[in-house]
Every structure is written in C-alpha cells, then in structure tokens.
Design a binder for this molecule. Structure first.
Ligand code: NPW
Ligand code: ADP
Ligand code: K
Length: 488
C-alpha cells in the first residue's frame, strides 16, 4: 500500500470514484466493518469478550453496525448503542442497520459498563463541528472507560484534515482506517489518540488515485531512494560536494555537530568558517574538518568565490548578529543551495522579505522549530500542516517544520509527513545534526525537497538506532549503521 495521505474530501472522492467504477457503497461499508471486526477479534486475542459498539448517525455508525454483526456471528457478546434515531439513518448506514438483527439501545455511558472492548463508531470523516451535548458525554465516557478501545476511521472528535481535537477524543488502542491514512493519523495531538494505526483495504481500486493526485504523503525512503547520492567508483572528494558552514564565536557545539553529520552523510569536504577567536575550538574538534577563520561577512562572502563550495548552512550557533544577516544575504545571492536554521530565524525575525529579495527560493531548506517558525513567519493560524504549506508558498523555499510530526512542505503544494522520529530526539543539538544531514545531501546534488525528506528520515532512524539515553553527539555516529541497515 502506498504512502499517500488523503484529505477528508479526497477520501470521499475515492469512495465516489470506486462506486463509479462499479463497487457498491454497501460493499465498501461491508468490507470496512469486516476489517473493524477482524481487528477487534485480534485485539481481544481471539477470545470472545463483552463488546460495546457505539454508532453515530452517519456512515461511521454504519461501519459500526457491520462490525457488530460480524462480531456477534463469531460469538462475541455485542451490545450496540445508537446516537440518534434509527429511522433517521440514510443510505449505506441505513442498509447496514437493516442487516443488524440484535437490539439497538440508545447510546449512553451505561452501555460501557462491563465491556472489555468498546468500538467507537460515532463520527469519522463527517465530523464538522465541535462535539457537545450527548456526543461529548459519550466520548468522555469512552475516554474514562477502563477497557480496550478501537476507533473506526478516527477516534470520534478528531478532525481528519488537521489532527486537532474538536472538544474531546478518547485514547484508542487501535484505529482502523480505510484505503489510505488521513492527515490526523500522523499529526499531533490526534496521532496520539489513534494508538496503533491499521489501514484496511476495502476494495477501492488504486487507480482512483491518479485523478485525485494527493499532495500529501508519508515520508518513506521509497520517495527518494532513487535520488539518494552514492559515491562514484571513479569519483573524488570534490564530486561529493563541498559544504560550507558558518560557525559562531560562542556556541561552537551546534556547528560542530552539523559538520560532523555532514561529513558522515557523505559531503566530500566540509569547511567551517568562524570568527578567528573560535578557530581553536573548531580545529581541535574534528580532524576531517577544514576550519577557515573569517573576520566579517565580506570574508565569508569571498569563500563563495570558489564555485566548488556548493552548499551552505547558516544558523546553528552562528549568533544572531549583523554578521549572520550579511553572510546569509550573500549566501542567498550566490545562487547556491543550502539550509537556513536556528539563529537565522532570530536575525531575520519578521523579515522574510529581505531573505526573499536576496534570492530565497526552492534551492533552500528552512528548518525551524515552532518557536523559530513564529519568529520568521509571525503567528499564523491553522494546523502545522497548513502553516508549513503556507510558509513554503510565501517564501518559495522548502519548509521543514520540526517537531514530533515534522512537516516538509514544497512551495508547489506537496507535503511529506515524517513519522519515524522517536521523542528521544528532543535533546539539545539534535536539530543541528538534522541541518548537517540535509546540507550533506544538498552538497551531493540531491534535490532540496528530497534532501530535506531523506535528512529527516535518516535523523529519525538514527534516533531509533540510538534509543533511550541518546545525546546529539551520538546521532552522527549512528549514520553508518542506519545507511547499512536500510541499503542507502
Ligand atoms: N461509502 C462510504 O462513503 C464509506 C464511508 N466509510 C465510513 O464513513 C465515514 C464517514 O461517514 P459520514 O460522511 O456519513 O460522516 P460521519 O463521520 O459518520 O458523521 C456524519 C454524521 O455526524 C453528524 N455530526 C457531525 N459532527 C457532529 C457533531 N460535532 N456532533 C453531533 N453530530 C455530528 C452529522 O450530522 P449533521 O452535520 O448532518 O447534522 C452526520 O449525521 C468514514 O469515517 C468511514 O467510517 C466507510 O464505510 C467506507 C465507505
Ligand atoms: N517529541 C519528539 N518526537 C520526535 N522528534 C522530536 C520530538 N521533539 C523534537 N524532535 C526532533 O528533534 C529535533 C530538535 O531540533 P531543535 O529543536 O532544533 O533542537 P536544537 O536546537 O537543540 O538542535 C528536531 O528534528 C525535532 O523534529
Ligand atoms: K470513530
């Protein structure tokens, strides 16, 4: 199954396209409900246990009716509660209810008493306003219940497109969705509420995707493996790229981490330009690093006269001063590619305009965390997905918005969501390693959107490899095993 991510309206379009190709809606719902029942049986380890299915007024509820029927047929004692009137059900959901021969109780928290497993089929893609009244009470009761919870499509209360929670959503053990994942399955806070995600095949033909042309996908190696740089057997260090990093006078660790990561990921040479006062600190840190003292931004700009220095990183530990501003503007006007990180966002706070005027475009990757993002782009409304997309469109650059659910956005509207990063990566200097990884790939000529994607994924994989107790210094050392294990 591909890593495309469908918005709610795209999922409805996929349903419609499947029906247009002759797959009846009732069959889609039957398969959806069967997939839910199958997971419910697995969750209860194949041993029949008391199940409560809470069904809502739409097709999510319809899936619940189908799942209830299959569970009951397989010997699970099922109680079914419906929010709303049975006679008010329409379409496929009405059909699904007609196939259920057991009693239909009014949905109420009391139905959860004695259940070992609850199936949350209240609302899925059709949630269009914040939960309140009875619906909110039911979701709160599920959240408080001491039993296994399986969510149909999404935990009810989750907004499918942006991962926000509209009022409340219970923490599911498993969420079963259909055909493809939706943004909420990968974006916090909703991602946490989903538990383990199962994507079930319900017979929607893959071919419907070509007309839908999803702009969002999971960041998987399949997207960029073919473009991943490898050393040529007849090559030399210069055709593996020469990366240039601007270090600063005080926080030298950040640029050192980035440099180490860039060397490990295959940049042929890495030059670190720094104030003369910091030369010693950089020189003793890494023998394979070229250290170049620069007194001012003009001296830094002169390093760009050598066209072999083909990728630039500014920001980590650079110091948010006028020198960084001028060096950044010089780098942008040199028509190279590169990464802007950390102090650049402070030096250009609320001044995206100057970066754009100097030549910011899609050869550049910006890697802010939330705080840095707000510094450069101001307080934008909306989800992280929406904001990263808007910022990419506004700046013309690749935006990699860091966090547990890193969003990588291209100005043309494409978005990749990176989901392999463990929380252990939330440690000082880990972002500097990430910018060094992306820098190395840019230096080796990789397309910037792919370089950002591959860098984020390898960063996550390195985090997983190190596991608990990792510090940022460990990450560059994990690059060799990560590359080996993943045939990169
Ligand atoms: N063939 C298919 O299409 C397939 C679809 N599939 C399944 O369908 C699901 C989508 O179904 P759906 O579109 O019917 O939406 P659903 O999530 O059931 O909710 C709609 C209802 O909820 C109500 N409502 C909304 N917000 C509310 C609130 N805050 N508080 C209270 N009520 C609220 C809303 O009321 P209204 O706004 O009309 O007043 C309406 O009655 C999808 O998630 C998947 O599980 C699968 O079977 C695969 C095949
Ligand atoms: N909870 C988390 N789960 C997974 N990854 C995380 C989490 N928190 C932070 N990260 C990742 O760790 C890195 C931290 O970067 P950053 O905040 O720039 O740190 P620093 O400035 O110290 O280098 C980013 O790549 C971010 O995506
Ligand atoms: K649900």
């Amino acid at each position: 199954m591909g890593g495309e991510i469908l918005t709610v309206s795209q999922m409805y379009a996929a349903d419609r396209a499947a029906m247009d190709q002759g797959v009846p809606g009732t069959l889609l719902m039957e398969r959806a409900g069967m997939a839910v029942a199958r997971e419910a049986m697995q969750l209860s380890r194949g041993r029949p246990c008391p199940v409560t299915v809470l069904c809502g007024p739409g097709n999510n509820g319809g899936d619940g009716f189908v799942a209830a029927r299959h569970l009951a047929a397989a010997g699970w004692p099922v109680r079914l509660g419906l929010l709303g009137e049975r006679l008010a059900l329409t379409g496929d959901a009405a059909w699904a209810a007609s196939q259920w021969t057991g009693p239909v109780f009014p949905a109420s928290p009391a139905l959860l008493d004695g259940a070992d497993l609850v199936i949350d089929a209240l609302f899925g893609a059709g949630l269009n306003r914040a939960l309140d009244g009875e619906a909110l009470v039911l979701v709160q009761a599920m959240a408080a219940a001491d039993c296994l919870l399986l969510a149909v499509d999404v935990p009810s209360g989750v907004a499918g497109d942006d991962g926000s929670i509209l009022g409340a959503a219970a923490l599911a053990d498993v969420t079963v969705t259909f055909f493809r994942g939706k943004p909420a399955h990968y974006l916090y806070p909703a991602r946490r509420q989903c538990g383990r995600l199962v994507i079930a095949d319900i017979g929607i033909p893959e071919s419907v995707l070509s007309a839908i042309a999803p702009a969002h996908s999971l960041n998987t190696p399949g997207l960029w493996r073919g473009a991943f740089p490898h050393p040529r057997c007849d090559g030399h260090k210069y055709n593996r790229g020469h990366a240039l990093i601007l270090g600063g006078p005080v926080m030298t660790g950040a640029a050192r981490l980035a440099a180490r990561a860039a060397l490990r990921l295959g940049a042929g040479l890495v030059t670190l330009a720094c104030p003369p006062t910091a030369q010693l600190a950089f020189s003793v840190s890494l023998s394979s690093l070229i250290v170049h003292p620069v007194r001012d931004a003009q001296a830094f700009a002169r390093l760009l006269d050598d066209p072999r220095r083909n990728a630039i990183l500014l920001g980590p530990g650079s110091g948010a001063d006028e020198m960084l501003r001028q060096a950044t503007l010089a780098a942008l006007s040199s028509r190279r590619s590169g990464v802007l990180d950390a102090d650049v966002f402070t030096a250009f706070a609320n001044d995206l305009h100057s970066l754009c005027q100097a030549g910011l475009d899609q050869r550049w990757v910006l890697t802010p965390h939330e705080g840095e993002f707000a510094r450069l782009f101001g307080a934008m409304p909306g989800s992280r997905l929406h904001r990263a997309r808007s910022a990419a469109a506004e700046s013309g650059a690749i935006i990699l918005l860091k966090g547990p659910d890193t969003v990588i956005a291209h100005p043309d509207g494409r978005v990749r969501l990176n989901t392999n990063a463990p929380p252990d990566l939330a440690t000082a200097g880990s972002g500097d390693v990430l910018s060094g990884l992306i820098l190395a790939l840019l230096a080796q000529g990789m397309d910037p959107f792919d370089a950002a994607s591959a860098g984020a994924w390898i960063h996550g994989a390195a985090g997983q490899y190190c596991g608990r107790g990792l510090i940022a210094d460990d990450l560059p050392e994990a690059i060799i095993p990560v590359l080996k294990q993943n045939n990169l």
